[in-house]
Design a binder for this molecule. Structure first.
Ligand SMILES: C[S@@+](CC[C@H](N)C(=O)[O-])C[C@H]1O[C@@H](n2cnc3c(N)ncnc32)[C@H](O)[C@@H]1O
Length: 199
């Protein structure tokens, strides 16, 4: 990685460290972490470093099959005409490089919140980071579905669940957070939001 790529990664590093600091403050031992909406894997890579004891589950369809992906504040997230199959392959290679055969990074090429309803493959989920569909309905549906997963994850958990995400400060996400948490949310710089879920 050259220094320009390293500098470009600073915002993701900030976000991951903010989540890590909150987990430490509230006493959550993060052993199961789910990222919803991974893109090129920038945040995934940094989450893997910030939470070295966690199994990381990365969920993204890398697909346009359901029409235009309302996936970022600016609209469509990827470069025009970019092959999402190729992005998927490159994220798999990038994660394999970090994982080094340990099996602690698991990629699920699936849509959220469908993946939440089918969630059977993990005993413990302690932190969910939502950065997928940024519309009000999309973000709200993710929050509701993944809150249930956090609530139901009881095996060996230590500390509250952390329901988090990105892009607070954009309309759809703000509306979803207000609707779901009524102000009971912590806001970091750079659009991070965290709801501490007592369980
Ligand atoms: C803003 S990007 C994620 C960036 C990434 N979290 C990071 O910080 O590096 C949004 C991603 O959400 C994905 N996405 C959109 N709708 C989704 C859904 N319903 N379920 C899962 N992923 C979705 C898109 O494919 C895209 O990769």
């Amino acid at each position: 990685m050259n220094w320009k790529e390293a500098v470009a990664g600073i915002p993701s590093m900030y976000r991951a460290n903010y989540l890590r600091a909150i987990a430490d403050c509230v006493g959550t031992k993060v052993r199961g972490l789910v990222e919803i909406g991974c893109g090129y894997g920038d945040m995934s890579a940094i989450l893997a470093t910030a939470f070295p004891d966690a199994v990381l589950h990365l969920i993204d369809p890398w697909s346009n099959d359901r029409g235009h992906i309302v996936s970022s504040p600016g609209g469509y997230f990827y470069k025009e005409h970019e092959s999402l199959d190729q992005v998927y392959v490159s994220v798999c290679a990038r994660m394999a490089d970090i994982d080094k055969g340990s099996g602690r990074i698991v990629i699920h090429r699936e849509w959220s919140p469908d993946a939440a309803f089918a969630w059977k493959f993990l005993d413990t989920v302690d932190l969910v980071f939502i950065d997928a569909n940024h519309s009000f309905a999309g973000c709200k549906n993710d929050i509701i579905a993944w809150k249930q997963v956090l609530d139901n994850s009881r095996a060996g958990r230590v500390g509250p669940g952390l329901l988090c995400g990105h892009d607070y400060g954009t309309r759809g996400v703000d509306q979803a957070i207000d609707f779901c948490f009524h102000g009971n949310v912590h806001l970091g710089h750079d659009g991070s939001w965290v709801h501490v879920l007592e369980r």
